[in-house]
Design a protein around this ligand. Structure first.
Ligand code: ADE
Ligand code: ZN
Length: 350
């Protein structure tokens, strides 16, 4: 019965490695924050805002995403946003969250870097206390800005380096190749942090190659278009480069016409180190659990696939070796839990 496979997938301990915290701003919270901060929000109601979530490509989404982020003003706002996400993630079996944030979206509006960090860190501390969830921050640079502006942001963030897990690159991919940020990434790596970058979401497979060779990234965010170039796909699989795939996002942003057209099965068949993530859950139809349900409805994977996806997410995280070993042991134990062997949908039962 595929139901118990889905239960296993939902309950398995896992890491979420690709989620923009600003993209977890639910319309209800956006309206509450607008009211709390006395902001004249340009939507008549929660329903009117939700109705605007009809995207034709990445840019049409980003325009709304940056506009909504304007309601985030105070330390309390950033705290509330983080804690709301961690609550949802915990419900989906997430034991480790590596959360992306866009400081430039806030500092450009005059919000001090200190307010952003203090709010997020307070939310992370509350999430750890309430849900036992381990969380790290990935500081993302906006690739539609110049490299010099990004280098200035890196300088501004230097006093907070002990709170930065890794660096990333997001926003409009087309027209802004990884090669634009070689100096920035060298500076980030010199700080001893891992680096990731969005590549091969809307951009071509060549951007994945650039991110690997020029930026020397540890993971590729999305990477779903690697299937368009067999050599890139073969390399990503051979080198076990983790791909943080976001299925609902890709459908909502029209990277694929529908879930059944998604390249996920091809990526798995090629042996790529795929992980499943929610990207911007408030805008794209749901959190990690919703992504898992949508993928399972389209592809009816067996339990070995879901086990491997959960395992990949923990392996590909930047957590300590000790934490990874602990979560992997729990994952292995969950395979043998009562009821886990009761379905006949996976080779593990054979
Ligand atoms: N920022 C938030 N979500 C993003 C996405 N899916 N791609 C690029 N930048 C983003
Ligand atoms: Zn993303």
């Amino acid at each position: 019965m595929s139901d118990s496979v889905l239960d296993f997938a939902l309950r398995a301990p896992k890491a979420e490695l690709h989620m923009h915290i600003e993209g977890s701003l639910e319309p209800e919270l956006a309206f509450a924050l607008a009211q709390r901060n006395g902001i004249d929000f340009p939507f008549a109601s929660v329903d009117a805002l939700r109705a605007a979530y009809d995207f034709s490509n990445l840019q049409s989404f980003l325009d709304l995403y940056y506009a909504c982020a304007d309601v985030l003003r105070t330390e309390q706002d950033f705290h509330d946003l983080m804690l709301a996400y961690l609550r949802r993630a915990h419900a989906d079996g997430v034991v480790r969250a590596e959360v992306m944030f866009d400081p430039q979206t806030h500092t450009a509006r005059g919000i001090p870097m200190q307010v952003v960090f203090d709010g997020f860190l307070a939310g992370i501390a509350a999430g750890e206390k309430e849900y036992g969830i381990s969380t790290g921050l990935i500081l993302c640079f906006l690739r539609h800005l110049s490299e010099d502006e990004c280098l200035a942001t890196l300088e501004e963030a230097k006093p907070f380096m002990q709170h930065v897990l890794a660096f990333g690159l997001d926003s409009s991919e087309v027209g802004h190749p990884p090669s634009k940020f070689v100096r920035l990434y060298a500076a980030c790596r010199a700080l001893g942090k891992p680096v990731v970058a969005h590549a091969g979401e809307e951009g071509p497979p060549a951007f994945i190659t650039e991110a690997l060779d020029l930026l020397k990234v540890n993971r590729i965010d999305h990477g779903v278009r690697s299937v368009d170039d067999p050599a890139v796909l073969e390399r990503v699989a051979r080198e076990r480069v983790p791909l943080t795939v976001c299925p609902l996002s890709n459908v909502r942003l029209c990277v694929f016409d529908d879930m059944r057209q998604h390249s996920l099965p091809k990526l798995l068949a090629a042996g790529a180190c795929v992980t499943i993530n929610s990207d911007d859950p408030a805008y794209f139809g749901g959190y990690l659990g919703d992504n898992i349900r949508a993928v399972q409805a389209a592809f009816n994977f067996d339990r070995t696939v879901w086990y491997q996806l959960a395992r990949n997410s923990i392996d590909a995280s930047f957590a300590s070796t000790a934490d990874k070993a602990r979560w992997l042991a729990t994952l292995d134990a969950s395979l043998c839990a009562p009821g886990a062997a009761s379905d006949s949908n996976g080779p593990l039962d054979e």
